[in-house]
Design a protein around this ligand. Sequence first.
Ligand code: OXD
Ligand code: MN
Length: 596
Amino acid sequence: MKLQDLKHAELKKWVEEIANLTKPEAIVVADGSAEHYQQLVDEMVASGLATPLNPEKKPGCIAFFSDPSDVARLENRTYIASETQEAAGPTNNWIDPKELKKTMTALYDGCMKGRTLYVIPFSMGPVGSDIAKIGVEITDSPYVVANMMIMTRVGTDVLDAIGKKGEFVKGVHSKVQLDLENRYICHFPEDNMIYSLNSGYGGNVLLGKKCFALRIASYQAWKQNWLAEHMLILGIEKPNGEIKYITGAFPSACGKTNLAMLIPPETYTKKGYKVTTVGDDIAWIRPGKDGRLYAINPENGFFGVAPGTNMKSNPNALASTRKNTIFTNVVYVPKTGTVWWEGLDKNPPTDAEDWKGNKWYGGMTDADGNIIKGANPNSRFTSPAINCPSISPEFENPEGVPISAIIFGGRRAKAAPLVYEAYNWQHGVFVGSIMASETTAAATGAVGVVRHDPMAMLPFCGYNMADYFAHWLAMGKKLSNPPKIFNVNWFRLDDNGNFIWPGFGDNMRVLDWILQRCEDVVDAVDTPIGYMPKPDDINLEGLDFTKDQLVSILDCDKDTWKQEAQEIENFYTTKFGDTLPKELYEELAALKKRLV
Ligand code: OXD
Ligand code: MN
């Protein structure tokens, strides 16, 4: 499609403005067709940007390798440029929007010279759904176009849906020169606009995902009385055919995709339990007329972490990558035309190329004898949602699915128990606000450092987090039938540094207890932090796991939690002071009292 084909006057004018500024050689409008996708792939392969994989073993798949400096989200170059710094809040980087627009305009000047400018009209959510929203991304990267075609709904029906005057979010991206000093991921929430520059990494450049569906959408949600959250959505089908839906907020690379695609252990499957996947990363949630919350997944694909994905951890994710997938920064095996990553299986290739293109084989070590990893720890697969065997029949439901429970969870070696339940909505908001987790390779910076990451939204909230907490508290007051709120931790370590809980499919055992609590059919133990399961109420059938082990992770050590409470107080007071809703201070005071 061409620029002249755009019927929406404001859209056409904006594309012309950006083209005048960035001075591309050509303009192409993505029509979402399979032919255009193939053309992009062919161009990337011809220019050496992408490597086609074996059409028999990996049909429709390509491998892509990024610049080594550009492999993760860059939080310290991500900005919320609201009118005032206070509106962005203490957890976001802020630059005055006028100043930032000036800086970006200067940097964008002529940045697409000699390249094609692509216009990508996309819908977050089923096209035409009342909950869905439309965006248009301008980019000079064919890799971005191809990924957006998997991750969102791209095409002429989106243009039809906005018609001649419909609202849309504007996004501009250019890869230019990957200059770290001038790498910017900018959000202008009051203008529905995103500017991204000098990166090619998914989280920084697939603007429908983190930038729109979380940062801009969270701001919109605040203004319009809904929630945009960093959450998976899964359905649990019970033997009687009833399906209950759960959403779960976990920080990046903490197992959302694995939980969303879980295959229950045999003790459940033989009874007829089944888990279906609605989403693995983002949920847009609205109150329904019946006083419940309803969620849709605004995305259309999975941008999953490759390392650690295998037949045990996530067979459904692996199946999703069998065809029409883009692999980024994994190991390439020229002989077989396939790819590999750490943790895929126990047979690493003997003659391959690592993600940087160097000769590589499994077990290779450096001069000091340390193992050299073949895939980047944040290497990814971009796969269409329809590839996933567990995809929910409700995936395209424009109304969304009703939510019975919300789970918060982090990666904590100590302190947080396997699972506990909040007393009520307000306490649940407190539980979400005190989430802390060890950092992962999904963002640049140190890995394994515990940081506060309220509701797993620290890097994604597009406005002041104090207002965000208040919005959550207010939402609860409007719901006559709110979901119950829980906290889980699959990552407790023993003294030898091994995970205690087996995780993956066995997490179903915890989800089972959660559902039973939602249905009021099981009792619980009242502890200072919330309700915890009686050990006998977690089904361990068929699992090599002792009651003592279970008891060791269903604990609430008062001294540890006193320290934790102190940490929370420091976080609350130093970050938010008296802007934090008083209800959260009240919850903290109540927790301290229960710990005496
Ligand atoms: C992601 C992330 O890619 O959270 O989903 O970084
Ligand atoms: Mn994520």
